[in-house]
Write a protein that binds this ligand. Structure first.
Ligand SMILES: Nc1ncnc2c1ncn2[C@@H]1O[C@H](COP(=O)(O)OP(=O)(O)OP(=O)(O)O)[C@@H](O)[C@H]1O
Ligand SMILES: [Mg+2]
Length: 287
């Protein structure tokens, strides 16, 4: 599986993904969250890549039941990270051509299942509004511990917004150097306006866009610490990185110290964000 190969080859990526995975898992267990939508303000900001890596990391624990579901009927890309043979699809199941359980695909990881849309043919606007679609998500809720849903971006089309009433929270994915602050603010408003909590923010591409704050610098620091025999735990590393990254903001928001915490801040349920990570440069092999 491509994602697992990369996670095991690259320990910086592994550290970031596992940090995100463990925060998400812990918080969702505590708060009974099961269905998490992963979206971004605009296209091409790293949603599918984040879902693929995060789901793989979550499923490294054999006792969990994890589902990665691609609800991007316009341009499905999730399976590019898994390359599983597709016989039946979500579109078939929602359209009544097969049973939902027959559209669930197995991966190399026993804990991770996939659900994929048809390559083309459906009108997502109609399909996502059907009762069958909401029943599908309820089926997932009953049969899995945690479901990550990959959807189109929030601003250009309404697909993600149509699914918001059925999910427990949203992770917003942004790409440093590309995502703009007004776009992120608008995406945030859409989620909070529907009463859906923003669980966290993932910022990718920091190394490319902000090299002075990106993985390279942290990597050097961590290497020095390791050579001195200090700080080999995730807690140490994460703690330092948080302190180092917090004041700068991200995605070109330099200097706006309160931006990160405010973003996830006050959904309907008034909770703080739980899964923020700012250093996923290596996720897509961009180094
Ligand atoms: N963290 C990251 N750092 C650098 N590049 C990334 C990162 N995540 C994804 N990419 C790259 O960005 C491009 C888009 O990624 P991806 O397909 O995951 O985005 P998406 O938001 O799902 O796009 P779409 O809106 O078209 O569905 C790909 O070329 C991918 O390799
Ligand atoms: Mg995508």
């Amino acid at each position: 599986m491509k994602t697992l190969d990369r996670i095991s080859e690259d320990w910086v990526l592994a550290t970031e993904i596992h940090k995100l995975e463990s925060r998400l898992w812990r918080s969702t267990r505590k708060e009974g969250i099961k269905i998490v939508l992963v979206s971004s303000p605009n296209r091409g900001e790293g949603k599918s890549t984040t879902v693929a890596y995060l789901a793989s990391a979550l499923a490294l624990h054999p006792e969990r039941r994890i589902l990665a579901a691609d609800f991007d009927f316009r341009d499905p890309q999730l399976n590019a990270h898994f390359e599983v043979p597709v016989e039946r699809t979500l579109g078939d199941a929602i359209g009544g051509e097969c049973r939902l359980q027959d559209a669930i695909l197995k991966t190399e990881l026993p804990s991770l299942d996939l659900a994929l849309p048809n390559q083309k043919g459906e009108d997502p606007g109609l399909l996502l509004r059907t009762r069958e679609c909401s029943l599908t998500i309820e089926y997932f809720r009953e049969h899995y511990d945690l479901v990550l849903i990959d959807v189109p971006a929030l601003l250009p089309v309404a697909d993600a917004a149509v699914l918001l009433p059925f999910v427990d929270g949203v992770i917003l994915v942004t790409m440093a150097g590309r995502t703009t602050k007004p776009a992120l603010r608008r995406a945030r408003e859409i989620c909070l306006g529907m009463g859906v909590r923003i669980l966290g923010l993932v910022v990718g591409n920091l190394k490319e866009a902000l090299p002075e704050h990106g993985g390279g610098r942290y990597y050097e620091y961590y290497k020095r610490k390791k050579e001195k025999g200090e700080g080999s735990s995730e807690g140490d590393a994460g703690g330092d990185r948080q302190a180092r990254f917090r004041p700068e903001g991200a995605a070109g928001q330099s200097g706006d110290a309160s931006w990160g915490p405010k973003l996830g801040g006050r959904g309907k349920r008034g909770k703080k964000p739980i899964a923020v990570t700012r250093n996923l440069d290596r996720l897509a092999g961009s180094q």
